[in-house]
Design a protein around this ligand. Structure first.
Ligand code: 5GP
Ligand code: 5GP
Length: 229
C-alpha cells in the first residue's frame, strides 16, 4: 500500500513538473530588439542635444540599447533592482562604449547615466541569458557586425541631408545583414520625417540576428531624410 501511495505521488509530481517549468519560462522574454540611433537625427530636432564630455561622437550609428521583448509586442522592464549598474564589471569595455554607445542627452555626460538606464530598464530583464558584462559586450559586437552605415553607403545612401526612399534604406540593410530591419523616424526642426533609429532582432540566447517576430509600431514617410552629423 505504501509503495502504491509513493508511486502515485511520484507520478503526479512528474505530471505537474512540466507545467511548472512551462509557466516560469513563458514569463521569460522571446527575443531582443537591438536598437541603434543616428546621432544627426537625435540632434537636429527642436529639442537638440549635448555632446558627451569626451567630445563629438563619430558620424556613425550609435547603440541605443538591447531590449528583451515578448513576441506579442509587449516587454518586461526594470526586472531586478538587486543588480545595479556596476561600471567596475565592464572596465575593459568602457573605451569602446564611449565610441560606440555615446550619450547625446543634455546635460553632457560621460555615458554612464545612459548605460545605467539601459542596463536597469532592459538589461536586468535578460539575466536568465546574459550577465552585465555579456549584455554590454554583446551589444558592442552586434554594432560592429551590423555596420549599418557601411550597408547604407554601399548602396549610395549617405548622411548628406538628402531624402531617400524608405524601401531603399530597408533593402540595403537587409542585403548587407541578411535580416529585415525596422526603421523608426522622427522629425527635424522643420518637421521633415527622417531616419532616427534602426531595429534589428536577436534570438533569445543573444547569439545572432533573426527575422523579427513582430515589428514595433510607428510610421515613416515613403521618402525620408538622412541628415548629416
Ligand atoms: P518611445 O516611447 O520613445 O518609443 O520609447 C521609449 C522607451 O521605451 C524606449 O527607449 C525603450 O526603452 C522602451 N521601448 C519602446 N518601445 C519598445 C519596444 O517595442 N520594446 C522594448 N523592449 N522597449 C521599448
Ligand atoms: P529609453 O528611451 O531607452 O527608455 O530611455 C532613454 C533614456 O536615456 C532617456 O532618459 C534619455 O534621456 C537617456 N539618454 C541618454 N543619452 C541618450 C541618447 O543618446 N539617446 C537616447 N535615445 N536616450 C538617451
Amino acid at each position: 500500500m505504501k509503495l502504491l501511495h509513493a508511486s502515485v505521488c511520484l507520478i503526479s509530481l512528474l505530471l505537474v513538473l512540466p507545467s511548472i517549468f512551462a509557466a516560469s519560462s513563458s514569463k521569460d522574454f522571446d527575443f531582443f530588439y537591438f536598437v541603434q540611433q543616428w546621432p544627426g537625427s537625435y540632434c537636429d530636432t527642436q529639442k537638440s542635444c549635448c555632446y558627451p564630455t569626451s567630445g563629438k561622437p563619430a558620424a556613425d550609428f550609435g547603440i541605443h540599447g538591447l531590449w528583451p521583448n515578448y513576441k506579442d509586442g509587449t516587454y518586461p522592464s526594470n526586472c531586478d533592482a538587486s543588480k545595479p549598474f556596476d561600471s567596475s564589471t565592464i572596465s575593459d569595455l568602457i573605451s569602446s562604449m564611449k565610441r560606440s554607445w555615446p550619450t547625446l542627452a543634455c546635460p553632457s555626460g560621460s555615458g554612464e547615466a545612459f548605460w545605467e538606464h539601459e542596463w536597469e530598464k532592459h538589461g536586468t530583464c535578460s539575466e536568465s541569458v546574459i550577465n552585465q558584462h555579456e549584455y554590454f559586450q554583446t551589444s558592442l559586437k552586434l554594432k560592429q557586425q551590423t555596420n549599418l552605415l557601411g550597408a547604407l553607403t554601399k548602396a549610395g545612401i549617405n548622411p548628406d541631408g538628402n531624402s531617400y526612399s524608405l524601401e531603399s534604406i530597408r533593402d540595403s540593410i537587409k542585403e548587407s545583414t541578411g535580416f529585415t530591419p525596422w526603421i523608426e523616424c522622427n522629425r527635424d526642426g522643420s518637421g521633415n520625417s527622417q531616419l532616427y533609429q534602426v531595429y534589428l532582432c536577436v534570438d533569445r540566447s543573444a547569439s545572432g540576428l533573426i527575422e523579427c517576430p513582430i515589428f514595433p509600431r510607428g510610421k515613416c514617410g515613403t521618402e525620408i531624410e538622412f541628415p548629416s552629423f
